[in-house]
Design a protein around this ligand. Structure first.
Ligand code: FES
Length: 494
């Protein structure tokens, strides 16, 4: 298959892709947001074609005309790569919020770095603090992956005596990422803002993870951590310091704190919810007066773990499935032969199989077989369907219990923001039809990487936003609710 090179300006990145690869598949890794979820309505994913050719379909042309974008502009969410191209990423010329409003920042002198330290991936952006422009981006698979994919195995690896090594490699990896950005832009950094889940924060900070490994999973060590570059063994200068922002609870970290800041949930009179469908599914519901949050055990299935042919959203993964003329059609990342299925397509598969009445309300395969073929050689087993039920029930039960804690009905929630790695890919109609979120589609909005957006906002603010959010936020233990089991089992049904 033909390969093409995509060059990203101004961040100086080159990506090699297969012919006909959708730009959305490769750009979101660099912290590029798709605020309308790729519907072609917001125009925020627009890129300027500096070199090469990107063909425009009829629907793409209509969207461009509506947005008044001519000639060399393209919407990344509607574009396929069919030649070597150089693109200017408009989004990096100013800081945006995924809800389509811009973040008002007070310009400052100097440069800062925002880092989202995820369990699976790390994204770092170098920001000009006088304009909020993104000057450079680095992404990396978290090198701790060799100690296990999920948080439980990372904690176990720490308890097995690897914590010092895990701390060393994560500090070194982030230091290297920043060093690479500084090679391209010889600037002096004023500050670094790091966000991540509580386990990542503990390991980066070399705090003892033992309390996170046993009941009641309560750690006192949640506060802001401040480091000098020397203490992290980083060889470049930082004028102020490196700050790892505070966690909210034992399994609700600063990535969620920054997500709350990014959505502005804490400033609204109406109630909104934020759901992060990452490795550790976190849910927040609140408004300007009260916020509750919790973590659920939803993550593994959505990350492809525990699913027989599950995989992360990388080349070869089926990223979406649609029903076209009664037949299932698959989109595969990198436009290649399907090797497995990622979380977003798992949701599609279940929704479509239910619609076709191939699985019943208890999740049973109606034909009595033990698997259903989806595309190519990729199939879904009975066990995979049951894993999905556990994951979707965790989210649905979490929302119900948190709403109850605020004495709300689910219908009192005006807006639901979806954050997380595969948020850009998920089909909201399918999310609703599986019963994972029992609210109308119009209330649900994809927000992309809210953790990174929030970390960028933190670079421009003192600690006022953080203190405001923490003062009104309560961490809830879902299993502590006397009705948890009943609600959970009930939500497993379709
Ligand atoms: S136009 Fe909104 S994401 Fe592309």
């Amino acid at each position: 298959m033909n390969k093409h090179t995509i060059r990203l300006h101004p961040i100086g990145k080159e990506i090699i892709v297969n012919d006909q690869t959708p730009l959305i598949d490769v750009l979101h890794e660099f912290g590029i947001e798709f605020p309308c979820g790729g519907k072609g309505t917001c125009g925020k994913c627009k890129v300027r074609l500096l070199e090469g050719d990107v063909k425009i379909s009829e629907s793409h042309r209509q969207k461009l005309d509506k947005l008044d974008l001519a000639n060399d502009w393209r919407l990344a969410c509607f574009s396929l790569c069919s030649s070597d191209i150089t693109l200017e990423i408009e989004q990096f010329n100013h800081l945006i919020l995924a809800d389509e409003s811009e973040f008002e920042f007070i310009p400052q002198q100097g440069y800062g770095v925002a880092v989202d330290l995820g369990t699976t991936t790390i994204v770092a952006q170098l920001i000009d603090l006088s304009t909020a422009n993104v000057l450079a981006v680095e992404t990396l698979i978290n090198p701790q992956l060799k100690f296990g994919a999920d948080l439980i195995s990372r904690i176990q690896a720490c308890l097995d005596g690897n914590e010092a090594e895990m701390t060393r490699i994560i500090r070194s990896a982030i230091g290297t990422m920043i060093g690479l950005m500084l090679k391209k832009h010889e600037v002096e950094i004023r500050k670094v803002a790091l966000v991540g889940n509580t386990v990542m924060q503990h390991i980066f900070s070399n705090s003892d993870v033992t309390p996170l490994s046993m009941y009641p999973f309560h750690t006192e060590d949640l506060g802001m951590k401040v480091f000098s570059p020397e203490s992290l063994d980083w060889k470049f200068k930082i004028h102020e310091n490196v700050q790892f922002y505070p966690s909210i609870g034992s399994f609700v970290g600063s990535d969620i704190l920054s997500g709350i800041a990014a959505t502005g949930l804490h400033q609204k009179e109406d109630f909104s919810a934020l759901i992060d469908l990452g490795t550790n599914g976190e849910i927040v519901i609140g408004n300007s007066e009260r916020i509750v949050c919790a973590s659920t055990a939803a993550g593994p299935a959505f990350e492809g773990a525990n699913i027989s042919m599950g995989m992360r959203a990388v080349t070869g993964a089926i990223s979406s499935l649609n029903l076209v003329d009664g037949k299932m059609e698959a989109s595969v990342i990198g436009n290649t032969t399907p090797k497995g299925i990622c979380g977003s397509a798992l949701i599609d598969a279940i929704a479509i199989l239910r619609k076709l009445d191939l699985i019943g309300m208890f999740g049973e395969i109606n034909s009595g077989e033990d698997h259903i073929l989806l595309a190519g050689k990729v199939s879904l087993t009975q066990k995979d369907i049951n894993e999905f039920q556990l994951a979707k029930a965790a989210i649905a039960a979490g929302l119900t219990i948190l709403a109850k804690n605020l004495s709300l009905e689910l219908t009192d929630i005006e807006t639901i923001y979806i954050a997380g790695g595969f948020g850009n890919y998920i089909n909201i109609e399918h999310v609703v039809s599986t019963g994972m979120i029992e609210l109308p589609e119009e209330k649900i909005h994809k927000m992309g990487n809210t953790a990174l957006i929030g970390a960028k906002m933190f670079l421009f603010s003192d600690h006022t936003i953080i203190n405001e959010i923490l003062a009104i936020t309560r961490h809830i233990n879902l299993e502590g609710d006397p009705n948890f089991q009943d609600i959970y089992v009930d939500k497993m049904l379709f």
